[in-house]
Write a protein that binds this ligand. Structure first.
Ligand code: ADP
Ligand code: ZN
Length: 722
């Protein structure tokens, strides 16, 4: 027999099929060791066949299989090929997506334990051998046991019984169970009529994809769980994707309580060994539900009955390393292959998704009410410009201070949210709230201290830093942004007895940094949680009755066409943390731009209103989904070499541009806004393409240009243009 092998080296030079001779045990999907060049390489068997064109004297033998089973099932093999073709990456790279990293690096070992099993009758042991008799009786009552444990208790009797042939030792693989200890009782809710109707519609629609648009607390999770349970009953498997940040201990407990060992949870907080074992349980059919962040879409499951993508709008569903896939696109391919449904859930669907649902491509289900008709928390908008005029320099308005005081006095909890991402260098007038924007793109400008100028990240335009506000003439032009640390400091002087927890990039490092903080807050070890984006995601804290959004408009002015959408999403999500239990919730939303339509829609929980407005803007500015922003990045350590590569890419793309001018709204090369990261200079070619533009050709033109020291890659609608 002969095997077609892809060597596990992610380089375009060796990105082709090599034939090897092989024995009976080799099947498609297996990882193998093969002679390659002067050494040995790992590889993947793509196909096994009975004939080859390679002449016998040139044909080499596969050395051996690296695992006892094919790591990739046939669906995953064919999916890897599609991904390689779509994103123009070496097949080895897309095949790797399907394996736990620790499997390739060979850093995990399987753990074997020896178990002792009674094969006779305890009565066969002579009564005089008391210890042996006791052991035999113990085994007869309790079934097989780990020999090492038995030796501690029964000593030499263990070997004696083995010698007698009454007990046989047996080696078995032991699975590490990362959640062994955490098992709680969880009542299974009886679905409300709205939930049952949603389940029924998802199951019966003839559309592959359903968008479940339900307000926070409308019971979407319960809907996912019953859909999954119903597939499991039919003997099928399921994939349940959530943003990494939502993979909380509460969520594990809920899944374990509901599905026991059927759920395998893949997340970055696990040790290498644990992650590998969870993957094996899926591959071997011991577990049928893969739960995890975006990479769990590659779970080694067969016969998939449903794929759920919770918080579908979340930015973490786009991969930021090669191949730069979109999780939904992969889910759709798997759904087509398995003939199953995809459910996208969100309280704030992305504009792109909602548009497709509205157009009838996806089934659209709306859940406008919370479970038990709990009211949505009331949102009060506070004008911070007035606070500045009143002489209040703190980050807290008078209203927020008052409400905090009441909340603490009643023994409830509060969340204070700082709406910022990274280090914002947006410039704003503190007198009138005006933010400096690009004249061509209507996107906030970013201040670059190295050149003391303002730049647009979408078209590269440069502007001088003005002395006074162009809108009101005011002189209080400032960079926006208060840090969490400052907020915590001010809190402790205002409310000295309040216990405050801080959650941001600095406090959540380490494997389980953010779980630790969330757990402490959930256990009521603190009264106030202060944090950035991380506190916004779907946590359920029944004690929270007040949410303060300190600078609601901050993310509105991010240099990003999606900043309005992101702001709406964040405010809705964080407001949804308030009043989830019996006590009524409230939200105080502080802003320098109280008339802003995005904030108004968010305060009224008016997604449809927001959507209508936003889609109109996108159409007017020809931003996605009416166009596609494509960026070709060229980065390298050597400036000259990188520029040479950029020129090649630009020349190749210019040909495409000249031949398809009507499909290009924008085409130019420039420095990236951040010129250097980790000693690599960064250049980019930015394009805005219309439907029908030659996207595949863009990949074809630039993918071969990368070289040893220069990286060239394509990004589609990147979530960050820095
Ligand atoms: P969402 O995911 O839409 O934000 P959740 O699924 O977290 O909403 O549900 C909100 C709350 O309502 C949770 O505390 C959940 O336990 C509860 N819940 C969900 N479904 C039901 C039901 N059918 N009956 C009673 N309580 C429910
Ligand atoms: Zn611009």
């Amino acid at each position: 027999m002969f095997a077609e092998v892809i060597v596990d080296i992610a380089h375009s030079d060796v990105d082709k099929i090599f034939d090897y001779a092989c024995g009976e045990g080799i099947v498609a999907g297996m990882r193998v060791a093969v002679p390659f060049g002067k050494g040995t390489a790992a590889g993947f068997v793509i196909r096994v066949k009975s004939a080859t064109d390679v002449p016998p004297e040139k044909l080499k033998n596969i050395y051996r299989a690296l695992d006892q089973f094919p790591a990739l099932n046939p669906e995953c093999l064919s999916l890897a090929q599609k991904i390689a073709a779509r994103y123009r990456v070496p097949l080895a790279l897309s095949l790797r997506l399907f394996l736990p990293a620790e499997m390739r690096t060979g850093k995990v070992s399987e753990v074997y334990k020896t178990y002792a099993k009674l094969v006779g009758d305890p009565a066969e042991v002579p009564p005089k051998a008391k210890a042996q008799r006791a052991l035999a009786e113990f085994l007869s009552e309790n079934g097989e046991q780990e020999t090492s444990e038995l030796r501690k208790r029964f000593g030499a009797a263990v070997n004696a019984l083995i010698k007698r042939g009454l007990v046989v030792p047996e080696k078995k693989r032991r699975m590490r169970d990362p959640y062994g200890g955490k098992r709680a009782e969880q009542e299974e809710h009886i679905l409300t009529p709205a939930q049952s109707e949603a389940v029924r519609r998802i199951q019966t629609t003839d559309k592959t994809v359903t968008l479940l648009h339900g307000v926070t607390g409308s019971g979407k999770t319960e809907i996912y769980l019953s859909l999954i349970a119903s597939e499991l009953e039919k003997g099928k498997s399921a994939i349940f994707l959530v943003p990494e940040i939502s993979l909380t201990p509460q969520m594990f407990t809920q899944l374990r309580a509901r599905f026991g060992g059927e759920a395998a949870i893949l997340h970055s907080g696990l040790s290498a060994g644990e992650r590998y074992d969870e993957w094996r349980r899926l591959r071997e059919g011991d577990a049928h539900i893969a739960v995890g962040a975006r990479s769990a879409v590659f779970a080694p499951l067969e016969n998939i009955g449903i794929i759920v993508i919770d918080e579908e709008h979340d930015g973490s569903y786009s991969s930021e390393s090669s191949p730069r896939y979109n999780t939904f696109d992969i889910a759709l391919l798997r759904a087509r292959h398995n003939g199953c449904k995809v459910v996208l859930g969100s309280a704030t669907p992305s504009v792109e998704t909602y548009r497709r649902a509205e157009a009838g491509e996806f089934e659209l289900i709306s859940l406008p009410d919370r479970i038990n008709a709990r009211p949505m928390p009331e949102v009060r908008i506070v004008d911070m410009r007035r606070e500045v005029r009143r002489g209040n320099p703190t980050p807290f308005s008078l209203l927020l201070r008052e409400r905090l005081k009441e909340c603490l006095a009643e023994g409830n909890q509060a969340i204070l949210f700082l709406n910022r991402r990274g280090h914002s260098q947006t410039v704003m007038c503190r007198d009138c709230g005006n933010v400096l924007k690009c004249e061509h793109c209507d996107v906030a400008l970013t201040y670059h201290s190295d050149e003391n100028c303002l730049k647009c990240h979408y078209c590269g335009s440069r502007y001088k830093m003005p002395e006074a506000c162009p809108a009101c003439g005011g002189k209080h032009i400032a960079y926006m942004g208060t840090g969490t640390q400052k907020v915590v400091r001010e809190l402790s002087s205002l409310f000295p007895s309040a216990r405050v927890l801080r959650m941001d990039m600095d406090t959540t490092s380490g494997k389980e940094g953010h779980y630790r903080i969330l757990n402490r807050f959930a256990a009521r070890e603190a009264d106030i949680l202060v944090g950035t984006q991380m506190v916004a995601k779907g946590h359920d804290f029944p004690g929270v009755t007040l949410v303060g959004i300190l600078d609601a408009d901050m993310s509105l002015h991010f240099p990003d066409y999606r900043s309005g959408e992101r702001t709406f999403q964040l405010i809705t999500q964080v407001a949804g943390r308030s009043g989830r239990a019996e006590n009524k919730g409230e939200v105080v939303l502080q802003t320098y731009d109280p008339g802003n339509y995005i904030l108004r829609f968010a305060a009224n929980y008016d997604y449809e209103g927001f959507y209508e407005h936003e889609i109109g803007m996108r159409a007017a500015m020809m931003f996605p989904p009416f166009s596609k922003i494509v960026r070709v990045m060229v980065t390298g350590e050597d400036e000259k070499e990188t520029l040479a590569c950029l020129k090649e890419a630009y020349d190749a793309l210019s040909v495409l541009y000249e031949n398809n001018r009507d499909k290009f709204l924008f085409f130019n090369r420039m420095h990236s806004p951040v010129k250097k990261i980790q000693n690599r200079v960064r250049y980019q070619i930015l394009m805005r393409l219309l439907e029908g533009a030659p996207l595949k050709e863009v990949y074809d033109a630039v993918s071969p240009l990368g070289r040893k020291n220069v990286l060239v890659y394509v990004e589609e609608n990147p979530s960050n243009l820095s």
